[in-house]
Design a protein around this ligand. Structure first.
Ligand code: AMP
Length: 120
């Protein structure tokens, strides 16, 4: 799938749509999910134009992958969920239920986030 430069996270990255930013560095932007599913629900997106984990894992540079991975860990610590635990989710494609076609990882925590897959 080709990257859609008009997707909503691209617009957030470019400042065309506001977000509730929690962190930014050279590699990532992180902001609170607009419909949180847990007390802490942060979305972490790479600044590069990658559709999904499939695209990112194939085409991102080692620096981008390292920067993204390290940022997720830092954000989880900064959000206070590293000690109590959290879940990372990266939905990809149709079967993964991905809604926004700009790669992102959800950080969910602050309370038990329940079973891994609900089945609903
Ligand atoms: P996914 O199914 O992994 O693509 O999830 C997309 C997520 O983006 C959902 O949890 C939405 O609530 C969230 N979302 C959509 N639009 C916005 C927005 N403008 N600001 C923050 N989160 C958003």
């Amino acid at each position: 799938m080709a990257y859609d430069p008009e997707n909503i996270f691209a617009k957030i990255l470019h400042g065309e749509i506001p977000c509730d930013k929690v962190y930014e560095d050279d590699y990532v932007l992180a902001f609170n999910d607009i419909t949180p599913k847990a007390p802490v629900h942060v979305l972490v997106i790479p600044k590069g134009t990658y559709v999904s984990h499939d695209d990112f894992s194939q085409s991102a540079t080692v620096e981008e992958i390292a920067g993204f991975t390290r940022a997720i860990g830092k954000i989880a610590r900064d959000q206070g969920v590293a000690q109590t635990g959290y879940r990372l989710i990266a939905n990809a494609g149709v079967n993964g239920g991905q809604e926004v076609p700009h790669y992102h990882v959800h950080i969910l925590g602050g309370a038990s986030v329940g079973p891994m897959v609900s089945g609903d």
